[in-house]
Ligand binder design. Structure first.
Ligand code: PEP
Length: 246
């Protein structure tokens, strides 16, 4: 399956930084691996700037969240149709930071994913266990529940990506063992088997130094990258790591 390497810029940067980062990524991507799909997900206000910088390139644009409703009285929120209107093809949903900071439940994530799919976007649904849950031997059960509750009816391999992101690996520099990643991805794949060949990304402290090893794991179809996506050279080095296993 063709890997997808997605950059989650989170709430970082400025308009100027977004413009220069996307220009650098574009330059490096022109000489980078053709066998990997690339996606960048800037903060909402910078989506037009970044979209302009990507015009005519094969690099996709995405949002970091959307509302479950199509439109209406939801102050401060952004609809999936608005993202599509700005040229986005993807939206990250149910990231652990949103589940923690905004109390998002899996059922809400499913409603958002349905709204995204209805607007023509691909929903990147994030799941992952906490450290305490892994230590208690509950990681697979927790992720299974999240998948069952967060993936809506109608989602399939053309409009759904799953990102397995252990909460304890995000931004910490720690990663699960290759064996643990392989086991979880196999489990996730079995849970979404009836949706077709859904891409299952790994996320959590993916860096240039560990990308090739993680991306070589069977059933890992790319990466969702946080911190390292803010440096064009690192982001593209991760893409190169994913290309090795493509
Ligand atoms: C993320 O937040 O999606 C993520 C994977 O972050 P980091 O790469 O910084 O761990």
């Amino acid at each position: 399956m063709r890997p997808l390497v997605a950059g989650n810029w989170k709430m970082n940067g400025s308009r100027a930084m977004a413009a220069s980062l996307v220009a650098e990524i574009r330059t490096l991507a022109a000489a980078g691996p053709a066998s990997v799909d690339l996606l960048v997900c800037p903060p909402f206000p910078y989506i037009p700037e970044v979209g302009g910088g990507l015009a005519g390139s094969a690099i996709a644009l995405g949002g970091q969240d959307c509302h479950m409703a199509a439109a209406g009285a939801h102050t401060g929120d952004v609809s999936a149709a608005m993202l599509a209107d700005l040229g986005c093809s993807h939206v990250i949903l149910g990231h652990s930071e949103r589940r923690a900071d905004h109390g998002e439940s899996s059922l809400l994530v499913a409603a958002k994913a349905k709204a995204a799919i209805d607007a023509g976007l691909t929903a990147i649904v994030c799941v992952g266990e906490t450290e305490a849950e892994r230590d208690a031997g509950k990681a697979e059960n927790i992720v299974e529940k999240q998948i069952i509750e967060s993936v809506p009816a109608g989602a399939n391999s053309s409009n759904l990506v799953i990102a397995y992101e252990p909460v304890w690996a995000i931004g910490t520099g720690r990663t699960p063992s290759v064996a643990d990643v392989a086991a979880m991805h196999r489990h996730i794949r079995s849970l979404v088997a009836d949706r077709g060949p859904v891409r299952v990304l790994y996320g959590g402290s993916v860096k240039p130094a560990n990308a090739a090893e993680l991306m070589a794991v069977a059933e890992v179809n790319g990466a969702l990258v946080g911190g390292a996506s803010l440096k064009a050279a690192d982001f593209m080095a991760i893409a190169a790591g994913a290309a090795v296993s493509a």
